[in-house]
Each structure stands twice: as structure tokens, then as C-alpha cells.
Design a protein around this ligand. Structure first.
Ligand SMILES: Nc1ncnc2c1ncn2[C@@H]1O[C@H](COP(=O)(O)OP(=O)(O)OP(=O)(O)O)[C@@H](O)[C@H]1O
Ligand SMILES: [Mg+2]
Length: 466
């Protein structure tokens, strides 16, 4: 967790350093094997010259091989103080002639020895040595016979030379890695500067300034800024909804509350029980109206885009919701003398949406039908397959007075009421709530006239979710 939260700069430097260290270790391994190979090549040549010089001095005297070792040849090799040189001359069959008898013999994999010299590593007297070996013929008048020369040299100079090469390569790598780390450290600081400027600009903003961020930012953070801008947009909508709610609440509730107060004050001064009862009735009805208004204001705030109760959509069963809301409204319908019924699909109908908002939408449509239709009217809630494949249509139809065509647009506006709707309870928010909830579900409310009767049909088409 600490690692995730830590500094970006430190994380990047570490991410750079670890692979760099691994790569340079591999490179150093390669340098080391190259250094050993090159020093061997150079020193083996000197070893060969000594072996050749010795071979030149091998003669056959009276059928016997004899050698007059040229010490100068060996001195060529021992120029480095710490190295020692050993030699051995033997017959082709391996019989010792002169030199150091116990020198490590030529390994089997390099046998048989011919004119071509061979070189191998071995240990002599507990010390690592490099040995060069070659074979030649020596001839007398009567016969020619093979002999072999081994020249061994301790590895001190070779080792220290290849170690020097390795050390200087390692030093170069370390300097390079340190420079890279420093450059990245400061480079990231430079790269992050636009973010610092962005931070300063955001710090200077007022809390209500939710305009999109238009600063130039590096490509890598452009998506982040885009997401922040989208959030700003949603926040601004929420803020507007809240401001609208507060302004509406203050404005709309003021009058009924003042009326309530007047009635209550009147009641305080009234002694006549009959007048008192009338005042109490008025108070009860004003309270109902005010609480309905408060409920509708809240519902409207919830229905608004990015509304106060903005919840992510989920799969919901539109059929179950429709039938449940219709059943719940039956007692109210009976009370108003209206025949309320459900028709249409009975199986689950899945859509993506917010169940509470859909319930609110349906309640408003049914409520309107119940209060604006006279006794004896019929109201039908219907859920059926739409003509458009993959869509379902939810509708509420009544055979009441209907809405004249010239009002069709206006009835969806906030606080718009038709003058002839004498109902005391209404506050003109119901259909605007329905419209906003439909918009939240990417659809529209349609208001039409029924084919045969008077009355009106409100219908909304929803996309099915599989
Ligand atoms: N089914 C209907 N039949 C006849 N007129 C209707 C019907 N539905 C709505 N109206 C008319 O449309 C107007 C607006 O309706 P809306 O639901 O928006 O407001 P409201 O019912 O007056 O108040 P609220 O629903 O906020 O309590 C109503 O005043 C009413 O005149
Ligand atoms: Mg209404």
C-alpha cells in the first residue's frame, strides 16, 4: 500500500534502476569473458614463441634426443615479476627428457598433438597455470622421431590484466547508472511541472467554479483531466438541481405556510366551535397541500439530471413495478369511483433503470388520471411490446376530460397547471417529474388522444435489457 502511495518520482527511478542494474551485470559478465579471451590470446602468443624457441634447440645426437634450453626464451615470458615459467620436453611417446617432469599433461580432448600448438588451463603446485604445447619432428641421418614441448606459465599477470579491464568497465557502468538516475530524477520533476501549474490553478478556483479544466497537460494525464471535467459537469448539474430545489422550496412554500399561520392565528381568537371546526378543516387541507408540494419538490429534485438521489442504473423488472404500483393505487381509485386496471404483459420485462424513479413516474401518471377524471371513468395501465423491436411501451390511458391539444406542450413545464383543473392538491410538478425521469432513462413521454374516447394517453417506450 505504501508503495502505491509513494512518490511517483521514486517509483520511476526504482523502476529504471532495477532493470539497468540487471542489464549492466549481464554486460559485465560478457566483458569479463571477453577480457579473459583477449588476454589469453595476447599471452598465448608469447607462450608459443618460447615453446618454438625450445623446439628449435632439440637435436638428435647418436639416436638420443638432446636439448639445449635457451634461457633467453624463457626470460621473454618472465618479464612480469610475479609470474613463473616451467617447461618440459618429452618424446612423442611421453618419455620425459628434460625440464619439470610433473607438469600437467595435455588433456585427452586435445590429443593427438600435431604441429598445431594447443593451449589449456591447469593447476600446477597448487597454482593455476596456462600451458602451451606443441609437437615436432627431430631427425638424424638414420631416423626421425617426434617430441613434444610444454611451456607453463602462472596466471598472475593475465588475471590482473583482465581484472583491470573488468574494473574499468564496471566503473563506467556505475557512473552511467548514477547519471541516468540523476537525469531521470530531475527530468521527472520537469515533466511534472504542468501538473503543479494545474494544481495551482485549481487551488485558486472558487468552490462554485466548476468550469472544465482547459490547461495544457501531458498526454498521460489528459484522460484523468477529462474524467475530472466530466465529474465537474455532473457536479454542476447537481449544484443547479440543489439551487433550483432551494429556490423553489423557498418560493413555493412561503405562501401556503403564511396562509397556515393566518388560519392558526384566526383559530386562536375564535370561540365559536363551528367556526373553529371550519378553520381546523382549512388548516388540515392546507397542510395536506403543503406536504404534497414538499413531496413533489423533493421528487422533482430526485428526478433531475444528476438528481440528488443519483444512483447507478440496474436491471429492473418493469412489469413487476407497473403491476405493484397499479395495485397500490386501486384503493384510491375505488374512493374516487374510478375503474383502474392493468392490461398487457405478465412475464418479467427487464430494463436498465432506477426502480424508485420509475415508480415515481407511474404514480404521477396514475394519480393525475385518478384526480382529473370524473366518477365512473376508466383508467388503464398497459405494458406491451412496442412496434419497435426490443422495446416495450408503458402507457396510462383514461377516458376523462383529456387535455386540449394547445396545452400538450405546456403541461410538461414546471408549475404549469391548466386553469380548468380545479383540484386543490396539485402544484403543477407531476408531469415535469415524469418528463425528467423519462429523460434520465433516455426516452420521452408521449401525450396523445385515445382512438375512440375522450381522455388522454401518456406513453413511454423503454429499451429492453437482455
Ligand atoms: N389525465 C389527465 N387528464 C386531464 N388533465 C390532466 C391529466 N393529467 C394532467 N392533466 C393536466 O395537466 C396539468 C399538469 O399536470 P401535473 O401532474 O404536471 O400537475 P398537477 O397534477 O397539477 O400537480 P402535481 O402533479 O404536481 O400535484 C394538470 O394541472 C392537469 O390540468
Ligand atoms: Mg399531477
Amino acid at each position: 500500500m505504501k508503495w502505491r502511495n509513494g512518490s511517483l518520482r521514486r517509483r520511476l527511478v526504482i523502476w529504471l534502476l532495477i532493470p539497468l542494474l540487471v542489464i549492466s551485470s549481464l554486460m559485465l559478465l560478457e566483458v569479463r569473458s571477453n577480457a579473459v579471451r583477449s588476454t589469453n590470446q595476447a599471452f598465448d602468443r608469447a607462450l608459443l614463441s618460447s615453446a618454438l624457441a625450445i623446439a628449435d634447440r632439440v637435436v638428435m645426437i647418436g639416436g638420443k634426443i638432446e636439448v639445449d634450453v635457451p634461457y633467453v626464451a624463457l626470460e621473454m615470458l618472465t618479464s612480469a615479476a610475479e609470474d613463473r615459467v616451467f617447461y618440459q620436453v618429452s618424446t612423442g611417446q611421453g618419455e620425459f627428457i628434460t625440464g619439470y617432469e610433473d607438469l600437467p599433461p595435455v588433456p585427452d580432448r586435445l590429443l593427438p598433438l600435431r604441429e598445431e600448438p594447443v593451449f589449456y588451463d591447469a593447476v600446477y603446485n597448487g597454482e593455476p597455470v596456462r600451458i602451451g604445447a606443441l609437437s615436432r619432428y627431430v631427425a638424424s641421418v638414420r631416423k626421425a622421431t617426434r617430441f613434444q614441448v610444454l611451456v607453463a606459465e602462472t596466471m598472475g599477470t593475465r588475471t590482473s590484466l583482465s581484472e583491470d579491464i573488468l574494473a574499468s568497465a564496471a566503473a563506467r557502468q556505475i557512473v552511467l547508472i548514477m547519471l541516468a538516475a540523476i537525469i531521470v530524477w530531475f527530468g521527472i520533476g520537469q515533466g511534472l511541472k504542468p501538473l503543479t501549474r494545474l494544481e495551482e490553478a485549481l487551488n485558486r478556483r472558487s468552490p462554485t467554479d466548476l468550469r472544465p479544466i482547459l490547461h495544457d497537460v501531458p498526454t498521460e494525464v489528459r484522460h484523468l483531466v477529462g474524467a475530472i471535467n466530466q465529474l465537474f459537469g455532473r457536479l454542476e448539474n447537481s449544484l443547479k438541481t440543489m439551487q433550483r430545489f432551494t429556490a423553489d422550496a423557498a418560493h413555493q412554500l412561503r405562501t401556503p405556510l403564511a396562509a397556515l399561520r393566518t388560519q392558526a392565528e384566526l383559530g386562536q381568537r375564535e370561540d365559536d366551535p363551528e367556526k373553529m371546526r371550519q378553520i381546523m378543516e382549512t388548516i388540515a387541507s392546507s397542510t395536506r397541500q403543503t406536504s404534497h408540494l414538499a413531496n413533489q419538490l423533493l421528487a422533482s429534485a430526485r428526478a433531475a439530471p444528476e438528481g440528488l438521489a443519483g444512483r447507478p442504473f440496474e436491471k429492473i423488472d418493469l412489469c413487476a413495478i407497473t403491476r405493484a404500483v397499479t395495485s397500490a393505487k386501486v384503493p384510491a381509485a375505488i374512493e374516487n369511483g374510478i375503474d383502474l386496471g392493468y392490461e398487457g404483459l405478465t412475464e418479467p420485462v427487464l430494463i436498465m433503470g432506477d426502480a424508485t424513479l420509475i415508480e415515481e413516474l407511474l404514480k404521477n401518471l396514475v394519480h393525475n388520471a385518478l384526480i382529473y377524471c370524473p366518477d365512473g371513468s376508466a383508467v388503464t395501465v398497459r405494458l406491451e411490446n412496442d412496434r419497435k423491436p426490443g422495446f416495450v411501451r408503458l402507457s396510462v390511458e383514461d377516458n376523462g376530460p383529456g387535455i386540449p391539444i394547445e396545452h400538450h406542450k405546456d403541461v410538461f413545464k414546471r408549475f404549469y397547471r391548466m386553469s380548468e383543473s380545479g383540484q386543490e392538491e396539485g402544484c403543477g410538478l407531476g408531469l415535469s417529474i415524469v418528463k425528467e425521469i423519462a429523460a434520465r432513462h433516455d426516452t420521452k413521454v408521449k401525450l396523445t388522444q385515445p382512438e375512440r374516447n375522450s381522455g388522454c394517453v401518456f406513453s413511454i417506450s423503454f429499451k429492453r435489457s437482455s
